[in-house]
Design a binder for this molecule. Structure first.
Ligand code: G1P
Ligand code: ZN
Length: 544
């Protein structure tokens, strides 16, 4: 075999963040940069000889070049088999599905999620373990450590693999199966949901839906599942052709970036159901006619209606949500008599809970929801879950949400993001706010009493590992909360995220404007953290 060993020196910035290593494309294009990270990853894993590796990405610029390098390095490092999506494509949930289905050793997913793509955009890489989920911190820290002392990497000197043709090929001692990126995932969805009821719903005259793939990876998945298998009319999926630069857009399914869909859903003659997914297919946004469902509410509503879905009809073992996600799911868990686990931000913390069957559904406020069917969040899965509920309940999206609030009360919730602020200013703001926290406890602020104020730390109930420094929290005696943390996925300066929530169960006050309902708390945190004074920003970059 033609293995060559190439001498290299460390890069000091290869610590994986909330979801793998994300950098500008140009950073990844530096000589040895990707190779160093891949070798550091392989060196963090035990017994990879003779194993199977899944490889795929969201199709963004540099995806195919990166896959050629990764396959050649996998062959040189002893993997005997690779499974790769055709043309290098696999949505993040599909990659998780394929790792599990074929009992692979692990997988490498190439994506920077919803971050813009193209030669001047972002690129990313992350390693997923054999349960199909993101590598836990012990592995990501080992990768970082290896990257700091790396001196060489191994690669085979062979010609490129043909990624376009489905079937088996050989690369040195490694066999490679190029697979249809959609098939296995579509099969799994058909197992979970009541496709017959959904078919009846989507083919009825009174039902019209739109799915915005935002020129990213979910186009082919949504067309196959929604249009071909479920019979939704052609044209249901918009922006369905994946482009290497996502059409110049920012494929983050929220009210700011999914402009085209939002305009249609809030028009005078809107479809009854609208949804969008992100760059790599793991996020989702759910809309009704002139109606937006917050991701936290969506998780709560999926949990409350799970008995209507074949895969979950026998009950949920528990729910898990990230700490900044609203406490709406907790109320459903309480009613169902199950636990609601609170984890740090990032999907990697759900893996142990799902594996140990301590949770069936999980979700984050950042437009991510999922279940034990895979170990990643899953955009289309959430859309199908909603369609399954709509088919069974025969109510509109707005009616389902409003009835939910009537029953459980409403958690008014918003997130304010201040993007690309100076890292030094952001760090100082955080440490000054943290220093104030102990003195806030017991104080009357914004008309309520501070019950606790701390820096969130999480002890995993399965492996007892502790993750500290996971966000500053100010909690009030009436359940209201303010959370402040810095993003771990940004690639430019720092992004400050401020999460604000309060609970309302007065039935006459359930339809207020969210920003108005939260104004006293928004003003309070702006004052405590001096956001405007320090950042010069008078408004957030994005409000969700
Ligand atoms: C963001 C979200 C987080 C999500 C992650 C990956 O991370 O807030 O919930 O898991 O993207 O999609 P952050 O940039 O806040 O670290
Ligand atoms: Zn994503």
């Amino acid at each position: 075999m033609s293995v060559v060993t190439i001498a290299t020196t460390p890069f000091n910035d290869q610590r994986p963040g909330t979801s793998g290593l994300r950098k500008k494309v140009a950073v990844f294009q530096q000589a040895h940069y990707l190779e160093n990270f891949v070798q550091s990853t392989f060196d963090s894993l035990d017994n990879i000889q003779g194993q199977t590796l899944v490889v795929g990405g969201d199709g963004r610029f540099y995806n195919e070049q990166a896959i050629q390098i990764i396959l050649k390095m996998a062959a040189a490092n002893g993997f005997s088999h690779a499974i790769v999506g055709q043309n290098g494509l696999l949505s993040t949930p599909a990659a998780s599905c394929v790792i599990r289905k074929y009992k692979a050793f692990g997988g490498i997913i190439l994506s920077a999620s919803h971050n813009p793509a193209g030669p001047n955009g972002d690129f990313g890489i992350k390693y997923n373990i054999n349960n199909g989920g993101p590598a836990p911190e012990a592995i990501t820290e080992a990768i970082f450590k290896n990257s700091q002392s790396i001196t060489e990497y191994r690669i085979v000197d062979e010609s490129d693999v043909n990624l376009a043709i489905i079937g088996r090929q050989q690369l040195a001692n490694m066999s490679i199966d190029i697979i249809d990126p959609v098939g296995d995932y579509a099969e799994l969805m058909a197992d979970l949901f009541d496709f017959e009821s959904i078919k009846t719903l989507v083919s009825s005259q009174s039902f019209q839906m739109r799915f915005d793939a935002m020129h990213a990876i979910t186009g082919p998945y949504a067309k196959t599942i929604l249009e071909d298998l479920l019979g939704a009319p052609t044209g249901t999926v918009i922006n369905g052709i994946p482009l290497t630069d996502f059409g110049g857009g920012h494929p983050d399914p929220n009210l700011t970036y999914a402009e085209q869909l939002v305009a249609e859903m809030f028009s005078s003659n809107p479809p009854v159901f609208g949804a969008a997914s992100d760059g790599d297919g793991d996020r989702n946004m759910i809309l009704g006619a002139n109606f937006f469902v917050t991701p936290s509410d969506s998780l709560a509503i999926l949990a409350a209606n799970a008995h209507l879905v074949p895969a979950y009809q026998s009950g949920l073992s528990g729910i898990a949500r990230s700490m900044p996600t609203s406490q709406a799911p907790d109320r459903v868990a309480q009613k169902l008599g199950i636990d609601c686990h609170e984890t740090p931000t990032g999907w990697k913390f759900f893996g142990n809970l799902l594996d140990a069957n301590k949770a069936t559904l999980c979700g984050e406020e950042s437009f991510g929801t999922g279940s034990n069917h895979i170990r990643e969040k899953d955009g289309l899965w959430a859309v199908l879950f909603w369609l399954n509920i709509l088919a069974k309940r025969q109510l509109s999206v707005a009616q389902i949400v409003e009835l939910h609030w009537q029953e459980y009360g409403r958690n008014y919730y918003t997130r304010h993001d201040y993007e690309a602020i100076s890292s030094d200013i952001a760090k100082q703001l955080m440490s000054d706010l943290e220093a104030q926290l102990p003195s806030l406890v017991g104080q009357q602020l914004a008309g309520r009493t501070v019950a606790y104020a701390d820096n969130f730390s999480y002890k995993d109930p399965v492996d007892n590992s502790v993750s500290s420094n996971q966000g500053l929290r100010i909690g009030f005696d009436d359940g209201a909360r303010i959370v402040v943390r810095l993003s771990g996925t940004g690639t430019e300066g720092a992004t400050l995220r401020v999460y604000i929530e309060r609970y309302e169960n007065d039935k006459s006050k359930l339809d207020q404007d969210t920003q108005k309902a939260l104004k006293p708390l928004i003003d309070l945190i702006n004052e405590l953290a001096q956001i405007t004074e320090r950042t010069g920003r008078t408004e957030p970059t994005v409000i969700t």
